[in-house]
Design a protein around this ligand. Sequence first.
Ligand SMILES: C[S@@+](CC[C@H](N)C(=O)[O-])C[C@H]1O[C@@H](n2cnc3c(N)ncnc32)[C@H](O)[C@@H]1O
Length: 248
Amino acid sequence: MVDLPVHPTQDLVTDSVFAGGRAETLRYHEDLYASTPLGTAGSWLLGPDRLVLKAIDLSGGVGPILAFDLGAGIGRHTIPMARGLAAGSRVVAVDVIPSAIRRLEVNCAEAGVSDSVTPIVRDLEEFEFDVSMAVGLIVGFSAVEHVSSATAMRGLLSRCAAATAPSGLIALGIFADRIEELADGTVRRALVEFELDSKEVRTMLDEVFSSWIVEYADIGANHVSEERDGIPYELRSTLIQFIGRRPG
Ligand SMILES: C[S@@+](CC[C@H](N)C(=O)[O-])C[C@H]1O[C@@H](n2cnc3c(N)ncnc32)[C@H](O)[C@@H]1O
C-alpha cells in the first residue's frame, strides 16, 4: 500500500500563498502606520469611511451597546464609534498587529475616548466573540478578507452573525477581485492572503445573512496607490459594502 503524502501539493501551494499574503499585510500596515498618522491627507487614514458613519447613525436611538471594530488598525473607526454610540457603550478594537493596537491606544487617549475602548491583539482567523455579551454593532472594514481562505472568512462571518443581538447591526466593507497594476500597465495578482471573487462574497453574504434586514448594500470599483520594494502600483479591487440588521 502506498502512503498518501501528509501534505498534498495543493495544500503546500495554498499555505505558501497565505504565508506570503499575511507577511505582506503585516509589512504594509506596520510601515504605513509608522509613517502616516490618522488624518493624513492623500491617504485612506484621512477620515472614517461613510459606511461606518452610516452604521453609527443607524445604531442611534437605542441605549448603550457593546460594539466591535474588527481589524481596527490605529482607530480610524474606533474613535468615531466610541464618540457616536450611546453614552455607556463599549467598543472592542481588535487587530493582529501589536504596534497598531499600541498606536490605537495613543490615538484613543488623545481623542479622550480611552475609557470606552477595549483594545485587543487577536487574529480574526480564530477570533471568538464572548457570547455572554449582547453585541449591538460589529464593524469590519477591510478586515474579514484578511484570513486564510473563503471557508475561514465564511466561518468568521457566521460567528459575527451568531454574536449579534436581535436588532443589532453588522457593517462590512470587503475588498475582492484584487489585482495590482504597474505603471507600464502590467497586471499581476495581488499579494493577499487568498484570492477572493466578488461573486463569492455576494453569495456568502446572501447565505450567512439570509434572514437579516439589509439596511445598505453597494458594490463598486475601488483603487488605491501603493508601493512595494520601491515600485509603485495601483491596487484595483471591487468594494462590497453591506449593513445588515438582525431581525428583532
Ligand atoms: C486596511 S486596514 C483597515 C483598518 C481599519 N479597519 C480602517 O478601515 O481604518 C486592515 C487592518 O486589518 C488588520 N488585520 C489584517 N489581518 C488581520 C487578522 N487576521 N486579524 C486581525 N486583524 C487583521 C491589519 O493589521 C490592519 O490594521
